[in-house]
Design a protein around this ligand. Structure first.
Ligand SMILES: [Zn+2]
Length: 484
């Protein structure tokens, strides 16, 4: 490494931390702002996206990790949308209750005291909490839809296999709520395998995760997710599965104008979503969406582990959203290094077979990416680590801390490198620039390049990327790069 001045590094690191903190509020007039779209994330990040099966000998690629980050952003955006949707409040009949309190107010003189009754309206303080519960109901319905979806896909794969027909990879693309349930299930490898075996889902068990199709479905400007029209039609025709659960729920008749509409079975079902079902719903008049809702309500106990998987993932999703590597100037470098560090991490299991090892955040991202293609992961990890490693995210804090300390120790011992590294935009951009500098310097024979040039360049770049991200969050026009 050519970066010799630690004080310089520290200053930039501190600035990087501040960037992360200020992101939501920062403002500046340094750039011209325009409607021209920026290229963040850089499209070259997704160049290597392959539709072929990479096989059990390949590590996840940095491209797959980048799509994974996009997908997690889509999950994050979906959760925000569900929680803040007024239409879903109505659908689940979650409304603010205004309470009126009455109290005596004394007036008059000391001798002749009298009182009037005064009324005051109190704001419903439980409303915000009750709104959050929509997310759980949403996942409960998603879990039921997941069971339906995976059966259809498995049957379809079986048909194609038996008839030797080509399978469109879009077949594997579920609606976003289902994708979220599936993804979180895949991260509990053993649970998912048991599920597939007991449900006889032999074909789905071995598939390669549809990264290319997921990437195509996501809009990187606002992280919305849209299925191709043709595929959405197919899902509806073959499986009675709506492509957008928020829309399907919002369009459920729920205005309380007439008696008939109030009694609409879908709405009544949704209103009672958090109550224990006493009897199976009889009024479903053959409507498949109502049947799904009814089933979701009566199977929520069985589906609770699936919902819990997603709830645990929310923490990781929020962390990734916080780091925003997908919009970082060093996205390439961060993900490339993460894949390399993941490979080394897996090898530690072979070197120190009796240790429980906990990954860093970047390593964990690659690990999750790998697990999404269950069978390839199973074979790869058994070969590389000498045994199958089940990813268990249900482990408690204390055990995790011990596992992290061991990993840190063994990693440094085995590779002579730091395990825990700061992963802020600035530190990562410096690292990428220095790596590049070393190569260039070696190639040109110039041993010492200007370090202050490098740090200035990094600072300018990080600043610009931060401004773009801020503008996006404030839904403003994007700044235009003016540094040539
Ligand atoms: Zn840093």
């Amino acid at each position: 490494m050519a970066l010799a001045s630690p004080s310089n590094l520290l200053t930039l690191h501190a600035a990087g931390k501040k960037v992360t903190k200020d992101l939501a509020y920062a403002k500046s007039n340094r750039y011209k702002y325009g409607l021209r779209a920026t290229t963040i994330p850089d499209s070259s990040l997704f160049k290597g996206l392959s539709k072929e099966d990479p096989g059990p000998k390949a590590l996840p690629t940095l491209t797959e990790c980048a799509v994974h980050l996009e997908m997690l952003e889509a999950f994050q955006a979906l959760r925000q949308e569900v929680i803040h949707s007024a239409a879903l409040d109505k659908a689940f009949n979650i409304l603010p209750e205004e309470k009126t309190v009455y109290r005596k107010k004394w007036t008059g003189t000391r001798r002749q005291r009298t009182y009037v009754i005064e009324s005051r309206k109190i704001k419903d303080t439980t409303f915000a909490t009750r709104r959050n519960s929509k997310w759980t109901y949403f996942l409960q319905i998603g879990a039921e839809r997941f069971h339906q979806w995976i059966q259809i896909v498995n049957n379809c794969l079986k048909d194609h296999h038996e008839n030797n027909a080509d399978v469109s990879r879009y077949l594997l693309l579920p609606p976003l709520d289902v994708l979220m349930i599936w993804h979180a299930y895949l991260l509990n490898c053993d649970d998912f395998k048991t599920y597939c075996t007991t449900q006889k889902l032999d074909y789905v068990q071995n598939i390669v995760f549809p990264w290319a199709e997921i990437h195509a479905a996501i809009n990187p400007d606002n992280w919305s997710y849209t299925l191709p029209l043709e595929h959405a039609d197919w899902l509806r025709n073959v499986g009675n599965i709506d492509d957008n659960l928020i829309d399907a729920l919002s369009n459920t008749p729920h205005t309380i104008q007439t008696k008939t509409i109030t009694k609409h079975p879908a709405w009544r079902l949704l209103c009672e979503f958090d109550k224990t079902p006493k009897k199976a719903w009889a009024e479903n008049d053959g409507n498949p969406f109502i049947e799904t809702l009814s089933k979701a309500r009566s199977t929520k106990k069985q589906n609770a582990p699936l919902v819990a998987n997603v709830e645990r993932q929310v923490i990781f999703v929020d962390k990734m959203h916080g780091h925003r590597w997908i919009r970082s100037p060093a996205a390439h470098g961060t993900l490339r290094r993460a894949v390399d560090r993941y490979d080394k991490f897996l090898h530690l299991f072979r070197l120190y077979p009796n240790n429980f090892l906990v990954p860093t955040l970047d390593v964990d991202l690659v690990w999750h990416t790998h697990q999404c293609s269950a069978e390839n992961y199973r074979q790869f990890v058994t070969e590389r680590a000498g045994k199958f490693i089940n990813h268990d995210d249900k482990i408690g804090r204390g055990t995790l801390d011990n596992g992290f300390t061991s990993a840190e120790e063994w990693y440094r011992l085995a590779y002579g490198e730091q395990y825990q590294v700061c992963l802020c935009w600035t530190c990562e951009a410096i690292l990428s620039a220095v790596e590049k500098l070393d190569d260039d310097a070696l190639a040109s024979g110039e041993a010492t390049a200007s370090l202050s040039d490098l740090s200035q360049r990094v600072e300018r770049e990080v600043h610009y990327y931060r401004e773009v991200e801020t503008a996006r969050r404030l839904r403003k026009a994007l700044p235009i790069w003016n540094h040539g």
